[in-house]
Design a protein around this ligand. Structure first.
Ligand SMILES: C[S@@+](CC[C@H](N)C(=O)[O-])C[C@H]1O[C@@H](n2cnc3c(N)ncnc32)[C@H](O)[C@@H]1O
Length: 366
């Protein structure tokens, strides 16, 4: 992959490319890009964990909430998952709904939209026993979207531009053919427009990622939704948080075999690259596309609202590795402050859906 990148950059009119182009190739090159290669990515033998890989309780909590939404709101009985990784959330959601509400399960359609052939293959094999699951490669090939549409850690995997403010000038950070950074005065009008729309003012020395690809995808997504609830689970910052000193150097990182790398211009094609998402970009663009923001919470609060504590079991099984014990431990990891969920937020938006009595979540005993 490194050779391909170097020769691609050398062949350009200018001797550099944007970070967005670098990430497009390093992550999504059809043959050697990270997400298209056959190496394990998620879980113990991969490079990173996601909440769904911890245990099935994450998917079960979502399933519990989805049952509530289908029962209380007029939503088409269709769940659409974007970027489903190994397919473990889909599996847990479907198993839970089948177990709890067979009538709903029999009417339900579940569509996975997944661009990576590697992950598509994994999903198909894990979900092969479900006849109501459909697989689609990209958002473009679907007409309208009606139902519950959700993603977990999709948007943080989108390529980003990188800009930096230095000595009063805003630069775009470029990548040269020897895979080093070069600062070029910002000329991209789309980035300038993004900064203006989001009222993002960089301070001296600040570096930030600009998620134009995410915004483009998200706008297409919003246009396609005609009736539904959109749930985005990810790590990100609000505009206020981007102003904090601790985030002044941006958030672009690499993950390789569970170690974090600040220099993302190494291990191209072997390493996951990720940046914190811009929550305000989703809110502002969603509003323009007639989506209402219903709720924005930390993931642990969201899971408590879904009723995750009702998944706790009072087991007397002496085996500490039994399903019940594993689930109980995972619930604790998912809800305890300072653990995995405190890094994640959940944005819930709706289009043409009435939430009866503002009853977005089931009433649970906490
Ligand atoms: C970080 S992984 C998260 C996987 C999963 N949601 C989970 O919780 O384990 C990102 C997933 O999004 C997929 N992906 C990336 N870009 C995509 C796109 N434009 N359309 C659909 N899937 C995409 C990747 O192949 C991968 O399956």
């Amino acid at each position: 992959m490194e050779k391909i990148l170097k020769s691609y950059i050398s062949s350009q009119k200018q001797p550099y490319i944007t970070f967005k182009e670098y990430m497009d190739l390093a992550l999504y090159h059809p043959e050697f890009g990270y997400y298209n290669s056959n190496q394990e990515k998620i879980g113990r033998h991969g490079d990173f964990y996601t909440s769904s890989n911890l245990s099935d309780v994450f998917g079960r909590a979502l399933g519990r909430w989805f049952i509530h939404l289908f029962a209380t709101c007029d939503i088409p009985r269709h769940i659409i998952e974007l970027g489903a990784g190994t397919g473990r959330i889909a599996h847990a959601v479907l198993a839970y709904i089948q177990e709890q509400d067979e009538e709903l399960f029999n009417q339900l359609q579940y569509t996975v939209i997944e661009s990576s052939p590697f992950h598509g293959h994994k999903q198909k094999s894990l979900l092969e026993n479900y006849e109501n699951v459909y697989f689609i490669k990209d958002l473009e090939s679907i007409g309208e979207l009606r139902g519950i549409i959700f993603s977990n850690e999709l948007f943080d995997a989108f390529p980003v531009h990188v800009i930096e403010r230095k000595e009063g000038i805003t630069y775009e950070v470029m990548v040269t053919a020897d895979l080093h950074e070069q600062l070029i005065p910002l000329q991209n009008a789309e980035i300038e427009a993004y900064l203006e729309v989001l009222s993002l003012d960089l301070v001296e020395g600040q570096r930030i990622e600009i998620p134009l690809s995410m915004v483009q995808y998200y706008r297409t997504l919003c246009t396609k939704i005609t009736k539904g609830i959109l749930v985005t689970i990810d790590y990100g910052y609000t505009n206020e948080e981007w102003k904090e000193d601790i985030h002044r150097r941006g958030s672009l990182r690499g993950y390789y075999q569970h170690s974090m790398y600040d220099n993302v211009l190494q291990k191209a094609g072997e390493m996951d690259l990720t940046a914190h998402i811009h929550w305000d970009a989703l809110r502002v663009n969603g509003k323009e596309q007639e989506l209402h923001s219903l709720s924005f919470q930390r993931q642990n609060e969201f899971l408590l609202s879904c009723g995750i504590l009702e998944e706790l079991s009072n087991t007397s099984n002496p085996n500490p590795f039994s399903t019940e014990h594993k689930r109980n431990r995972a619930i604790r990891t998912l809800i305890e402050p300072g653990q995995i969920s405190s890094h994640f937020q959940v944005l819930i938006q709706s289009k043409n859906i009435e939430i009866k009595n503002n009853n977005l979540f089931p009433t649970t005993i906490i």
